[in-house]
Write a protein that binds this ligand. Structure first.
Ligand SMILES: CCCCCCCCCCCCC[C@H](O)CC(=O)SCCNC(=O)CCNC(=O)[C@H](O)C(C)(C)COP(=O)(O)OP(=O)(O)OC[C@H]1O[C@@H](n2cnc3c(N)ncnc32)[C@H](O)[C@@H]1OP(=O)(O)O
Ligand SMILES: NC(=O)c1ccc[n+]([C@@H]2O[C@H](COP(=O)([O-])OP(=O)(O)OC[C@H]3O[C@@H](n4cnc5c(N)ncnc54)[C@H](O)[C@@H]3O)[C@@H](O)[C@H]2O)c1
Length: 309
């Protein structure tokens, strides 16, 4: 950590902004990840504004949050259902929704982006936000696979920009990867670390390298699983059982891929192949391409490697 902090500090710019205690959070993108992050931030007393492109999507996000909170209170308030209901209402009160990013970022200490995994779309969003958000506001991206420095390059707040990579499902997964680029200031990095802790998560410090820590190790494993299956070395059911019972993973690679979404996975792999075309690790999978082309994207569409319903 000392070495890493030193590396980060080297890039510290002359910004006058000091440690920001994050109270008010704007989350852009109310999908799987954005809704989960909004839930956890609101549950820990933050004032959250969730932004998406339509009111219908935002209604669905709030329904998802409500459903997940019900699962949380079932355990947390097992003997006190009234207290559980009170908790849910209190948390929901902390979340407001908006389709207007301009007004949503006013007064915000942190803008956390969890929209589609597309560099150009993320850059366009942040470039716009940079002109609208207060000077002290920290920007962060939840990207799984894009360099944070490529996203932040669309802004003039390089010292107040970092990565906060959460894991799916956010309410259950304890880890947050905190990513500092060579220009992220120490103050910004510390604010993001503290924020992750206040959310009840365990942060780890990462450099802005492909896949950070988890996905750098995880992607080769997932991809080798699909190749094993394509070569006929094992059924997907047996590969899943093997990894659950042999290594203690809660989900096998095919179950997990269906859970993450095959479109997200394909998007990430296609992007990495574009950046490093000769790396055999990122070679395309016929089966994955076929499933995505057929709209079999995993749990969310009712079918992926497995059928649901
Ligand atoms: C195959 C080839 C593919 C190649 C592709 C390569 C490219 C890959 C690219 C990477 C993609 C991006 C990845 C991303 O950047 C990073 C990630 O997020 S990776 C995903 C990490 N997540 C996991 O690994 C999840 C592992 N699974 C689990 O931990 C558990 O299975 C689970 C999800 C917690 C569910 O638990 P289970 O025991 O299985 O099932 P239950 O339903 O009984 O749940 C247990 C317990 O948890 C409560 N719960 C579950 N979900 C929620 C929720 N959303 N909100 C609230 N509570 C929840 C549930 O109620 C249960 O509570 P209990 O009954 O015990 O009180
Ligand atoms: N799915 C995962 O397991 C996972 C895990 C960690 C990180 N991530 C990353 O999190 C991000 C979001 O992933 P997700 O799975 O939640 O995606 P998702 O498709 O579930 O949600 C994305 C949401 O963003 C909205 N959106 C798109 N463009 C927008 C814009 N310009 N302004 C406002 N809203 C916009 C969409 O309407 C959608 O509701 C991606 O960068 C992804 O790589 C995903």
């Amino acid at each position: 950590m000392a070495f890493f902090a030193h590396q980060i500090r080297r890039g510290f710019s002359s910004s006058a902004v000091r440690n920001v205690v994050i109270k008010q959070v704007t989350i852009i993108g109310g999908g799987q990840m954005g809704a989960g992050i909004a839930q956890v931030a609101a549950s820990t007393g933050h004032s959250v504004t969730l932004v998406d492109t339509s009111d219908d999507i935002l209604k669905k996000s709030i329904k998802t949050i409500e459903g997940s909170l019900k699962r949380v209170v079932k355990k947390k308030f097992a003997d006190k259902p009234e207290a559980g209901e009170e908790f849910i209402q209190k948390v929901l009160k902390n979340v407001s929704t908006s389709t207007d990013v301009g007004s949503a970022v006013q007064g915000s200490d942190l803008v956390l982006e969890a929209i589609v995994e597309n560099l150009k779309i993320k850059q366009d969003l942040f470039s716009r936000l940079d002109k609208l958000a207060p000077a002290h506001t920290i920007f962060a991206s939840n990207t799984s696979s894009l360099p944070i420095s490529d996203i932040s390059s669309a802004t003039n707040r390089l010292d107040r920009f970092g990565g906060l990579h959460f894991f799916n499902p956010v309410p259950m997964m304890k880890l947050v990867e905190v990513i500092g680029t060579s220009t992220t200031s120490q103050e910004t990095f510390d604010s993001l670390l503290n924020f992750s802790k206040v959310l009840g998560k365990t942060p780890v410090s990462c450099k802005d390298t492909p896949g950070f820590i988890v996905n750098r190790l995880f992607v080769p494993y997932l991809y080798e699983a699909i190749r094993l299956y394509e070569r006929g070395h094992g059924s997907k059911e047996d590969i899943d059982i093997a990894m659950k019972l042999g290594v203690g993973y809660p989900m096998g690679p095919f179950e997990l891929s269906d859970y993450i979404g095959l479109d997200t996975i394909k998007f990430i792999m296609d992007g990495w192949r574009e950046m490093d075309p000769d790396n055999t690790l990122f070679a395309p999978s016929e089966l994955m391409d076929k499933l995505v082309a057929e709209g079999k994207l995993g749990k969310k569409t009712g079918e992926g490697f497995y059928k649901y319903k």
